[in-house]
Design a protein around this ligand. Sequence first.
Ligand code: FE2
Ligand code: FE2
Length: 248
Amino acid sequence: MTERNPFRIMTVEHYPILQVASALSAMRVSHDIDPETLKKAVKFIRKFADRYHHEKEEKVVFDKVRGKRIDISPIEAMEREHEMTRSRVREAIESLEKGDIGNAIVSLREWANFIPDHIDKENHSLFPGLDNVFTGEEKNELISDFMRVDERLGTIDEMKRLADEIFVEILSKTGNAIVEARAVPKEDRDDFVFRLADLMPENATLTVMYDEKSEELEKRLEGFEIEEMKRKGVYAFRIKKGEDQQKT
Ligand SMILES: [Fe+2]
Ligand SMILES: [Fe+2]
């Protein structure tokens, strides 16, 4: 899929969402996270993960799929999952309004634990399937509709900037992120993990779920400490950025 492919655009929009989920999924109530950071995370999810991205899925792509004579149960399943994510975010907002930081953290962590699997299904199953169902001309129309959403709701660069801010703020408190890299298609997976390793604060760690050992990625991570982890059926490793990481 090229950059001008609508499903490629949707796949790339998943990366900042996964990045924020990586940070939120390692939060504990005891981490003393600033409520303003949690509000920023809620803002990101509502403005970008939900409106900006889901509007393209639901109001552009899925609506057009409904006009075709194909089985729509996969998109109905995705819409139900969107509703589930919305209720977690509503709970987080209610808790923040009551000043209940602990419950806000629990709701956001539930959102974060759920979203990689949803994204994985879209990236690896739904989108490649839909890519075969739309003609080239229809795909260009989807892109034009996406551009109209962008005009109203924001840009991918704004989305990435806010994701970076949230990621760094949360990791400076938790010191860890849990990265479900398997949800990222193989061709982008190394770049995705490397970018987060590069961005994380000193002394933080990334716990990365990967399919298999990537020598290419390990080469790029020279200077970081890498520790392989035993996880049932999953190749996982921990990346640490030490204070002396710059000396090499
Ligand atoms: Fe979705
Ligand atoms: Fe999506």
